[in-house]
Design a protein around this ligand. Structure first.
Ligand code: CTP
Ligand code: CA
Length: 225
């Protein structure tokens, strides 16, 4: 078994992966969340582990389970908790893939008791969360590979390239919500990979496991550069 492991491309590489949504508390019983299933991130973690990587999987609330016992899973709830878990693990990671659907806004104040219904109209003040990926991009060393996702509905490629640059990424995975069969709950996905040189690779609609393999191969290439 030791001999087989040695041949795998990601042996002795630590890869940090985030997956799933975040939940932002409003009061003790309510939260703001999103429809991310965590499937893509868990497929990535499994694929990376199958290629020999030491995987740290930071997971938001999700029903997904990993296939590999070697995957170290850290469960988090909010964007702030996900940020902390990522900051604790990024320095020692060779690569990081931010697949999570992190909330962009969180309630400015969390009510300590359940909010009672009174007025006909009710507003919740929100404040921006920290952009985890951008924070990691600012800390990134030359020997680290940082991969982000972009979910877009219009001007997809331009928005993705803007994010690649703004967040100092090595690769961005563009997910288009316009493609049927792609998206949050689906078992399939259709992606375009864009690197720093703005090389674009567009893939067919395929299973999230196969998409994970495509992303993994790209990460192996970037780590070997
Ligand atoms: N991301 C993050 N922290 C946040 C928000 C997003 O790390 N607070 C990461 C996501 O995990 C993803 C990438 O940033 O890898 C792009 O997320 P996306 O929602 O597509 O873009 P945003 O930068 O949040 O911009 P917008 O939602 O306005 O398009
Ligand atoms: Ca966002």
């Amino acid at each position: 078994e030791a001999d087989i492991r040695k041949k795998l491309p990601l042996v002795n590489k630590k890869v940090l992966v985030t997956a799933g949504p975040t939940y932002e508390a409003i009061d003790p019983v309510r939260f703001i969340g999103n429809h991310s299933s965590g499937k893509m991130g868990f497929a990535l973690a499994d694929e990376l582990a199958s290629q020999g990587a030491d995987v740290i999987l930071v997971a938001g609330p999700t029903a997904q389970k990993s296939e590999y016992k070697s995957i170290k899973r850290i469960d988090v709830t909010s964007a702030a908790e996900m940020l902390d878990a990522c900051l604790e693990n990024f320095d020692s990671a060779n690569a990081c893939i931010m697949c999570a659907a992190v909330a962009d806004y969180t309630p400015a104040h969390v009510a300590q008791q359940k909010i009672k219904k009174t007025e006909d109209h009710f507003n919740i003040e929100l404040k921006k969360t920290t952009d985890i990926l951008k924070t990691l991009g600012q800390q990134k060393r030359d020997d680290q590979v940082l991969v982000g996702f972009a979910l877009e509905t219009n001007n997809e490629e331009q928005h993705a390239i803007d994010k690649l640059k703004k967040k100092n990424l090595d690769l961005i995975v563009l997910n288009s919500l316009n493609d049927s069969g792609a998206g949050f709950k689906s078992d399939t996905n259709k992606v375009t990979l864009i690197d720093r040189q703005l090389n674009k690779t567009t893939f067919e609609l395929k299973s999230k496991a196969e998409v994970a393999n495509d992303i993994c191969l790209a990460v192996v290439d970037l780590l070997n550069k």
